[in-house]
Write a protein that binds this ligand. Structure first.
Ligand code: AMP
Ligand code: ZN
Length: 112
């Protein structure tokens, strides 16, 4: 198994856990782009949102809910952004599905 996020989830690579349950694991991004930058990843290895189908809908919804729960726990009452990068043009660099939670500062739009 060579996936870095699978290794983070199984504990063989250290990370700073923020939230976890039976379906997902949330941890601090190593190179934060905002005061709060958390990644929410499914425990199951799914390479990309582009590799999901309708049967993954509950899991995908759970990832969004978990990210919003972390946002509430982090006190991001002024708002935040959830991002899923997919593929080369989407800027995805780790091929294990994850939701970025970014907050703690005003975020510009559109993203680069
Ligand atoms: P993406 O570019 O959407 O695939 O996002 C990958 C994210 O993973 C980037 O924001 C990286 O900073 C982050 N990252 C890479 N390696 C680690 C690691 N070992 N621990 C925490 N975050 C990481
Ligand atoms: Zn993986």
């Amino acid at each position: 198994m060579s996936c870095i996020f699978c290794k983070i989830i199984d504990g063989s690579i250290p990370s700073t856990a923020v939230y976890e349950d039976e379906l997902c694991y949330a941890f601090a991004d190593l190179h934060p782009q905002a005061p709060v930058h958390v990644l929410v990843a499914p425990r199951e290895h799914i390479a990309s949102v582009d590799d999901t189908d309708q049967s993954d809908g509950l899991l995908l919804g759970h990832l969004l809910w978990a990210a919003s729960e972390v946002a509430r726990e982090k006190g991001l009452a002024k708002g935040y952004r959830l991002v899923v990068n997919a593929g080369e043009d989407g800027g995805q660099t780790v091929d294990h599905l994850h939701v970025h939670l970014l907050g703690g500062r005003p975020l510009t739009w559109p993203p680069g």
